[in-house]
Each structure stands twice: as structure tokens, then as C-alpha cells.
Design a binder for this molecule. Structure first.
Ligand code: HEM
Length: 511
């Protein structure tokens, strides 16, 4: 009897502790946003959320309005669905809303990478030095050369030059953009090691293709990995893939490459100087590969697809591309030099820019998550204020409330290549909600401290690929009545969406 009471008390305490962790006792306090815990303890709404995030959030918005808190897998996420109030999240001090505190955990879970102190500061310094200005010009030039090697190496080299070549539009676009981007950032096979420049070009083609195939496997596991839902067999497979990437991108291998980008080189050097172990530096290289290559290829696919589906848009972009080449004074023929697509030429394509922005509006859907570092009073644009709890996560999902809001972008699900053009041909930036001009009228790159630092390079990469495709090739669908495929709803929140199926197409030289 003497022992029974303490044992019962201990059991009771653990039961309450367990229920507390499962979130059973959490209640909406006065001043807090509506709380919707879902019916399953701890998991909350995670199943419905994962099944189709966009649909789930729309349902919650109908039920609770512009701001609400939901439980997802043991964490509480407060979703803000009013774009006019986004500025208050984006500009809030890091002491209250911190992007990095959230990212740190994701990096360990998804990439096995542990950050060093002040990591985000070093990243920002390197980004500013190498992903803008002169660094961007060099990267863009490198991308152009790698695209020429991958896309145009057989042009003018015998065979039936006017024959149609068939492929899947998604796999073709993703493959080429991934490989050219990877080679531009991480460097080429050394011509000394290969024996000649020609041989190193060939090795680049072969090795980058092998890497893409493995990357694609990881990419397909990614949504499940991100939510911790891999089966034991899949976890083993993902670990195997990670080991392969770490080896392929290991520091000794990279040190042996020609033309590595100064961005990647500096990111690695900084870590070495700060004493990070070499195996962790290798892991970081894969983080960078993922961040830089996971979205660009899929987004480029959609751009080319929309152009092919919209003859008027294709004619406008092709007319612009032909004019830019002509004005550059280059004579392009079968046996002659390839188009030297310079950085300056890419600044003269407002129609392509608008078509790209329209594509990103329709197909890029990231979440922006901030860890709530202290209890805070959050003020919305219309004056309402809410208490947000320390330990929760404040989240934006601009796709549903900005990208496809019909008040901001009329007929929001249609592709309009000139949506971001003013009648005088300049870039359109005036978009309104409730009569007020919006600062955030599309957000494919995120916003604030976490805004994608690679966006200028990404835009150039996508434009360069499409520029070459429409300049060099006639393009047609295998099925003339091809429809735009659905997006794979399991990927909401990750970034660029992917299609549920590939699209057969063919291409052949235009001249
Ligand atoms: C279409 C292509 C791309 C899209 C849509 C995209 C989108 C994004 C978004 C939304 C974020 C912020 C994520 C967040 O807030 O959680 C981000 C972060 C990042 N992106 Fe991109 N990105 C693209 C291409 C690139 C490229 C080409 C590079 C590198 C050259 C790059 C490098 C990065 C890095 C390093 C971060 C992390 C920034 C940080 O931790 O502060 N991205 N990207």
C-alpha cells in the first residue's frame, strides 16, 4: 500500500504529461486566433493538410477567417491568410519571428546537416558578393556555355539535322536545366584530367546525366521525407542516395574541377576556415545543390509548356528572341558559331520576363515559416491584434491568397503571358486588393530575410534555356490536343510544383 500511492501518482503524472504533449489541453486563450486542433491527438490535421494543403487551407479560411491556428504533427501553425498583413510578418524582428530557428531543424531532418553559429550571416555575405552584380554575370556566362554543351553539342555535326527528336517535356527541361545549373555552380570536369577540352565536355554530359537520375529519385522521396513519413525501406534508400551525393560533391572531388563558381567555392572555404568537419562540408554541398536545382527545372518546364499551349504567347516570345539575336549582330547558321547569349541580351526581353513571372505565379507555391521566439502581439493591417504563443509557427502560403486570388489577378487560373506588362511594354507592378495597392502581388521567392538569394540567377537560367529552345527549335506536342496536366498536390509548400504526368513533345532545328 505504501508503494501504491507514489506509483499511481507517477502513472497519473505521465498520463497527464503524455496528454499535454498530445495537445489535448491546449485551448484558445482570449485574444488568440481561432484554434483548430483537429480530431487526432498530436497529429491534428496533418493527414488532410498533406493530402492537399491548398484545399485544406481554403476550408480553414472559410471556417475561421484570415487567421487561425492548427495542429500539425505535434506543432501549432498559425496561418495568416490576409496578404495586406504579410508585411508585418516579413519585417518583424528576428528576436520575435525567426526563419533560421525553423530551418535549422529542417536541415538536420532532411539533409543530415548541422549548421554552425551565425551561419545565415555568412550565407548572406556570400550571396551578396556572388549571386548579384559581376558574380551574376560570370555565372550566367557559365550557364550559357554549359547549356550549349548539353543542348546544342550535335548541332551542325552531321546526321539528319532536320529530324524530329521526341522526349518528355518535363524530363527534358528538368534534366537540361538541372545539369547546366549544377555544372555552372560546382564546376566542370578538368580538361587536364580528361585529356582534352572536347573529352571534358563529353564527360560533363555523361556524369551530370548520372547525377540527375539519382537526384530525381531523392526529389521524388522529398515530400514524404519532409513530413517524416518515409517507410523504413524508403529511409534506407534515401540514406544511400545522400551518401552518394556527399561523395560526388565531396571537397576533394570539387577541388579537382575546372571553373567552380566563386559562390560555391566561398561557401565551402568559409566553413573550412570556421573549423567545420570535412564530412559536414560535403553535406552542405548537397544542401546547396538541392536549394539551387530543385525548383528551376520544374518551373522551366511549365514556362515552355504554357508557351507551347498558347500560340500567341509563343509567337510574341519567339519574335522577341529573334529580334534580340538580330540586334546583337550575330549571324547564326547550321555550321557557324552558336548564339553567344550574353547577360546584356537577357536584359532586353520584357515579354519573356512577363511570361516567366506569370508561370511562377501559377506554379510556384512555397510556405514561408517563422518560429515564434516569444509571446507576441501581432497586428493585422485592418487594426485587429492577436496574441501568438512562443513555440508556435507563423506561416504564410501566398499561393491561395495572393497568386490565385481573382481580385488581385483576374481570371487567375489562366495563363496570360502579358499579365505583367503595361501597355507601353514596361513591367507592370500595380496590383490591388480591397482598393489598396499590394506590395506582395506574387511571392515565388519568399520574402524578407529568407527571400531566395538565387532568384536573379534562377531567372536567367530559365530564360536562357527557353531562349535557346524557341530560337533553335520548332516545338510541337506528340498529341496535338494535349492538355495542361494537374499539379502533384503532395508538393504544395515545397516550391515549384511538378506535374502528375509528363507530356510527350518533339523538337527539331528551325534552320
Ligand atoms: C525557380 C527557382 C527557384 C525558386 C522558386 C526558389 C525559391 C526559394 C524560396 C521560396 C526560398 C525561401 C524558402 C523559405 O522561406 O523557407 C528559397 C531559399 C533559397 N534559395 Fe531559392 N529558389 C529558386 C532557385 C534558386 C537558385 C538557382 C539558387 C542558387 C543559385 C537558390 C538558392 C537559395 C538559397 C541558398 C536559399 C536559402 C536562403 C536562406 O536560408 O536564407 N535558389 N528559394
Amino acid at each position: 500500500m505504501g508503494l501504491l500511492v507514489p506509483i499511481l501518482l507517477a502513472l497519473l503524472a505521465s498520463l497527464f504529461g503524455g496528454l499535454y504533449i498530445l495537445g489535448v489541453f491546449r485551448k484558445q486563450r482570449p485574444g488568440e486566433p481561432p484554434l483548430d486542433r483537429g480530431s487526432i491527438p498530436w497529429f491534428g490535421h496533418v493527414l488532410e493538410f498533406r493530402r492537399d494543403t491548398a484545399k485544406f487551407l481554403e476550408r480553414m479560411k472559410q471556417k475561421h477567417g484570415d487567421i487561425f491556428t492548427v495542429q500539425l504533427g505535434g506543432n501549432y501553425f498559425t496561418f495568416l491568410m490576409d496578404p495586406s498583413s504579410f508585411g508585418a510578418v516579413v519585417k518583424e524582428a528576428r528576436t520575435k519571428l525567426d526563419f533560421n530557428a525553423y530551418v535549422r531543424k529542417q536541415l538536420i531532418k532532411v539533409f543530415g546537416y548541422t549548421q554552425i553559429e551565425n551561419e545565415s550571416k555568412f550565407l548572406h555575405d556570400s550571396n551578396n558578393r556572388h549571386l548579384k552584380g559581376d558574380g551574376l554575370v560570370l555565372l550566367t556566362e557559365s550557364m550559357m556555355k554549359n547549356l550549349q554543351n548539353l543542348m546544342l553539342h550535335s548541332v551542325g555535326k552531321g546526321g539528319d539535322q532536320k529530324a524530329w527528336i521526341e522526349d518528355g517535356l518535363f524530363m527534358y527541361s528538368y534534366n537540361i536545366v538541372f545539369r547546366a545549373g549544377y555544372l555552372s555552380l560546382f564546376g566542370n570536369v578538368s580538361s587536364r584530367e580528361a585529356g582534352s577540352t572536347e573529352k571534358s565536355f563529353e564527360m560533363d554530359r555523361i556524369q551530370s546525366d548520372e547525377l540527375f537520375k539519382e537526384f530525381r529519385k531523392y526529389d521524388q522521396y522529398f515530400p514524404k521525407l519532409n513530413y517524416g513519413l518515409l517507410s523504413p525501406r524508403e529511409s534506407i534508400e534515401v540514406k544511400k542516395l545522400l551518401r552518394l551525393f556527399w561523395k560526388t560533391l565531396s571537397i576533394p572531388v570539387l577541388n579537382n574541377k575546372d571553373n567552380p563558381s566563386s559562390w560555391v567555392h566561398e561557401l565551402q572555404q568559409t566553413r573550412e576556415e570556421l573549423g567545420m568537419k570535412e564530412f559536414m562540408q560535403d553535406r552542405y554541398m548537397f544542401v546547396i545543390l538541392w536549394a539551387s536545382q530543385g525548383n528551376t527545372g520544374p518551373a522551366t518546364f511549365w514556362l515552355l509548356l504554357y508557351l507551347m499551349k498558347n500560340p500567341e504567347a509563343m509567337a510574341a516570345v519567339r519574335g522577341e528572341v529573334d529580334r534580340v539575336v538580330k540586334e546583337s549582330g550575330q549571324e547564326v547558321g547550321l555550321g557557324g558559331p552558336k548564339v553567344n547569349l550574353t547577360y546584356d541580351m537577357l536584359q532586353k526581353t520584357p515579354i519573356l520576363d512577363s511570361a516567366l513571372e506569370e508561370t511562377l505565379r501559377l506554379t510556384v507555391a512555397p510556405y514561408l515559416v517563422r518560429a515564434v521566439m516569444e509571446n507576441m502581439n501581432f497586428k493585422m493591417a485592418d487594426g485587429r491584434a492577436y496574441q501568438i504563443r512562443q513555440g508556435d509557427r507563423l506561416t504564410l502560403f501566398p499561393y491561395t491568397v495572393v497568386h490565385i486570388d481573382s481580385e488581385i489577378h483576374p481570371d487567375p487560373l489562366s495563363f496570360k503571358y502579358d499579365r505583367f506588362l503595361n501597355p507601353d511594354g514596361s513591367k507592370k507592378t500595380d496590383f490591388y486588393k480591397n482598393g489598396k495597392k499590394l506590395r506582395y502581388y506574387t511571392m515565388p521567392w519568399g520574402a524578407g530575410v529568407s527571400k531566395c538569394p538565387g532568384r536573379f540567377f534562377a531567372m536567367n537560367e530559365m530564360k536562357q534555356f527557353v531562349f535557346f529552345m524557341v530560337f533553335y527549335f520548332d516545338l510541337e506536342f506528340k498529341n496535338p490536343n494535349e492538355e495542361i496536366p494537374d499539379v502533384d498536390v503532395k508538393r504544395w509548400g515545397i516550391g515549384a510544383m511538378q506535374p502528375t504526368r509528363d507530356i510527350g513533345f518533339r523538337y527539331r532545328l528551325r534552320f
